[in-house]
Ligand binder design. Structure first.
Ligand SMILES: Cc1cc2nc3c(=O)[nH]c(=O)nc-3n(C[C@H](O)[C@H](O)[C@H](O)COP(=O)(O)OP(=O)(O)OC[C@H]3O[C@@H](n4cnc5c(N)ncnc54)[C@H](O)[C@@H]3O)c2cc1C
Length: 452
């Protein structure tokens, strides 16, 4: 049988190659290291964790914790290897990064169905089933080839996002629904009103808040005038003067507070992020503040004191495709069946999410190689919800996303007992669906295990 090609042996590429081989199809996995390293990669092994050694929460009541359990049960190479190389980290799953990478490299190299080639691939192969997983720092000829495939401006090189909060965590006894000048659907925006005193306290805190450290390649990307002026961090805007924010993203004009009938001194607008209305983003609040500082400083905004962040604001170099209507929920290119993308470049964000997309793309690439139809990973699971998000996106500009319960299909019935009880219910439903997927794809019951 003709091998499937996988390009890039990062988290997504290794997972994809492993799942393809698991379904009996040979794979050629091409990796440019150690001949060439991206500005963030250092270790010659595969599946390198370029920054933190944490794969985040291990708890099922957390979306990324549930995603890990789904992947574990499905027989993910990345998850089983992480479990074997873990180091103590409280409620999180963290690994010894070198042992983790070395174990995965060994497993891939020992796999008789996977052939590894050390080469930088400079264009998308013209035919055959292929998975491109070259990561968020894809550049040069390969970036050009992807950009040419999707057309001009469909490949982004920079990620500047404002924080996204869980709609249920916004205090609506303070924040009010209203679109500016009453135009459009009022539920499109939730407005957090500020008095002068509240604005002063927030402004002071913002001026002195701690920012995250920048990598050289992030600094370089941001020095582009069109990037910087188009998405200036909120804390930089604040430094331009006391009123800059009040004339910019915190403009109160046309947003009277129904409680007073008057426009507040300043307003932070939250824009609905998805049709279900479960997620809202802070309009114009792209930021470099550390995650802890975002929680502290944005917690001073009336209505957001107890906000739960589905995604913090970030600004960094990140190559990703404008995936909605270009990729299917299986990460397959709609205009070219048989060509899959996987990893952070599809618009998922994070180590585990990247591996998860590699899982889905790998399984479906092997089905394509066998001449079979792709299989849907339902949006009732976290792994499936990521593919559905990437292929359909949000209301505004498409932005990469971490795993989140905001992306998963809402429950059919309302659950009493608050957020925790609701999340537990999500977990029960998802793991049942994963059991069905396992039986369908691998003919396995959970008790039979999925060790690599
Ligand atoms: C600086 C930085 C820090 C990050 N920190 C975190 C973090 O702490 N936690 C977190 O959850 N996420 C983090 N991320 C986001 C993301 O989860 C990781 O980047 C993740 O590694 C993405 O997985 P991937 O498989 O898509 O890409 P990668 O893991 O980057 O793998 C891509 C692979 O493809 C290879 N490659 C690239 N181009 C070619 C080519 N043309 N031919 C052949 N091989 C090629 C690369 O050498 C690499 O091995 C970070 C991202 C960056 C850029």
């Amino acid at each position: 049988m003709t091998p499937v090609r996988v390009i890039g042996a990062g988290l997504a590429g290794c997972e994809a190659a492993w799942q393809i081989s698991r379904l009996g199809i040979p794979v050629i996995l091409s990796e440019m290291k150690p001949k060439r390293f991206s500005p963030a990669h250092r270790h010659p092994g595969f599946a390198e964790l370029v920054c933190s050694n944490s794969l985040r929460s291990a708890q099922l009541s957390n979306a990324v914790g549930l995603l890990k359990e789904e992947m574990r049960r499905l027989g993910s190479l990345i998850l089983t290897s992480a479990d074997e190389t873990k180091v103590p980290a409280g409620a999180a799953l963290a690994v010894d990064r070198v042992a983790f990478s070395d174990l995965i490299t060994q497993r891939i190299k020992d796999n008789p169905l996977i052939t590894v080639t050390e080469e930088e691939v400079t264009e998308i192969p013209k035919d055959g089933v292929t998975v491109i997983a070259t990561g968020p720092l894809t550049d040069g000829e390969m970036a050009k080839s992807i950009s040419d495939l999707f057309g001009g401006d469909q490949l982004s090189f920079f990620d500047a996002v404002a924080p996204i909060v869980d709609a249920e965590s916004v205090d609506t006894s303070i924040a009010y629904y209203c679109s500016r000048y009453g135009k459009g659907d009022p539920t499109d925006y939730l407005n957090c009103p500020m008095t002068r005193e509240e604005y002063d306290a927030f402004y002071e805190a913002l001026l002195h808040a701690a920012t995250a450290e920048l990598h050289d390649f992030d600094r370089e990307a941001q020095s582009e005038p069109n990037v910087f002026e188009g998405c200036m961090p909120v804390e930089v805007m604040a430094k331009r003067g006391y009123d800059t924010l009040r004339y910019g993203p915190m403009k109160p004009i046309g947003l009277p507070d129904p409680k007073t009938g008057r426009e507040p001194f300043a307003v932070v607008q939250l824009r609905r992020e998805n049709t279900a209305g479960t997620m809202y983003n802070l309009v114009g609040f792209q930021t470099h503040l550390t995650f802890g500082e975002q929680k502290r400083v944005f917690g001073l905004i009336p209505g957001l004191a107890n906000a739960s962040y589905l995604r913090f604001g970030v600004m960094h170099r990140n190559t990703y495709i404008n995936s909605p209507s270009r990729l299917s929920p299986q990460y397959e290119t709609i205009s070219r069946p048989g060509l899959f993308f996987a990893g952070q470049m599809t618009g998922v964000e994070g180590y585990v999410e990247s591996a998860a997309s590699g899982f889905v793309a790998g399984v479906n690439a092997s089905l394509r190689a066998k001449g079979e139809d792709p299989v849907d990973f339902p949006a009732e699971t976290v792994i499936g919800s990521l593919g559905h998000y990437v292929s359909s996106g949000t209301i505004g500009k498409f932005q990469p996303m971490n795993a989140s319960f905001g992306l998963i299909s809402p429950l059919e019935k309302k659950v009493k007992g608050g957020k925790r009880a609701r999340n537990d219910e999500y977990a029960v439903r998802s793991l049942q669906t994963v059991g069905e997927l396992n039986a369908r794809l691998f003919g396995q019951t959970e008790s039979e295990g999925n060790e690599p």
